[in-house]
Ligand binder design. Sequence first.
Ligand code: COA
Length: 380
Amino acid sequence: MNDTSSMTGRPVISSTGLFTPEESITNEELVASFNEYVQRHNAEHADAIAAGEMEPLAESSVGFIEKASGIKARHVMAKEPILDPDIMAPRWPQRSNDELSILAEIGVKAAKQALERAGRKPEDVDAVLCAASNMERPYPAMAIEIQQALGIDGFGFDMNVACSSATFGIQTAADYIRAGNAKSVLVVSPEITSGHLNWRDRDSHFIFGDVATAVLVEDAAVAPEKHWDILGTKLKTVFSNNIRNNFGFLNRAYPEDAGGPDKLFVQEGRKVFKEVVPMVAQMIVDEAERLDIEPQGLRRLWLHQANTGMNRLIAHRVLGHEANEDESPTVLDTYGNTSSAGSIIAFHLHSEDLKEGDTGLICSFGAGYSAGTVFVRKHG
Ligand code: COA
């Protein structure tokens, strides 16, 4: 499909898919394990602490986590090792190159659901984008493995824009359709965020959870009768070190530092909060104006799920009043922050009830900084 002159299309969202890991960790379970680790650590270093050579570690608390973030539980791919104070990281048997990778496996599950819901066969799809913040390896691309596992004839590639990966993926897919280079594109976001989380860091050990989502972006000409028109997409990035992860293969150049805590997720949470909220709220309002949409008339906001406080503030600035759960649904309480998948989970679980003509917004934001908006209107 390379003849862009005759085939320009109008992109829509035909369907979405969601894979949720069976296992889940409550705040109570998480804090019990974390505090056990803290007690063991402080006992082990009691002499150094007593001599003032080392600061004791502080315990975590369920009350703080829920108040600061709104998170009550998170799904994970491997509960037991994460809760084991001696491990505090995910673990599963290593797979051979002949087996499907774990990231591809959960991506395929979400993608199959999206295809089924749209009544699509793999041969109808032209491209697969794996848009996620934590790739399992540099290459071959996860997207190509997912493409192969689904039996799609076309092309695929990976893209990482941290928590904004899914909306960046949707715009990229929409642009392929606008340009006439594809009619059906799967945007798959498998997020095994438990792998990048420092489960021993009190400030952030509660934040993330695992999940996979998929969004089928298609040309309206081939889409099912019931779909979501994409009214407009907008992306923005502004460099910041306030959410950062230094893990990478060049770490081999500094062997003495290759396993430091900065090789996992680190953030300046307060700065993120203060800087990202106004940036995203302004971006939404500006984009709504460009699209001639009255922000206060938006029927629903499916916002990135990082923190209930951030979402409350952004929704208030956009809608002009305190948003209720119907206007800005949250999935944070049971899923935690699932990076780029968060706004898509919210859309997947809370969009069926909208009526034809209702307009809403899928919006993500996170490391980079990065932010993406996708304004949609229900059709059929
Ligand atoms: N249990 C108990 N107390 C804790 C704690 C824990 N797990 N973690 C931190 N605290 C304490 C701190 O020590 C601090 O105590 P002090 O006031 O005595 O110094 C207090 O709680 C406040 O800590 P702070 O880190 O300032 O918390 P916060 O209210 O800013 O909330 C975040 C932390 C991370 C939840 C919040 O800043 C946030 O959500 N930021 C945006 C994060 C985000 O969206 N990131 C994007 C990731 S993709």
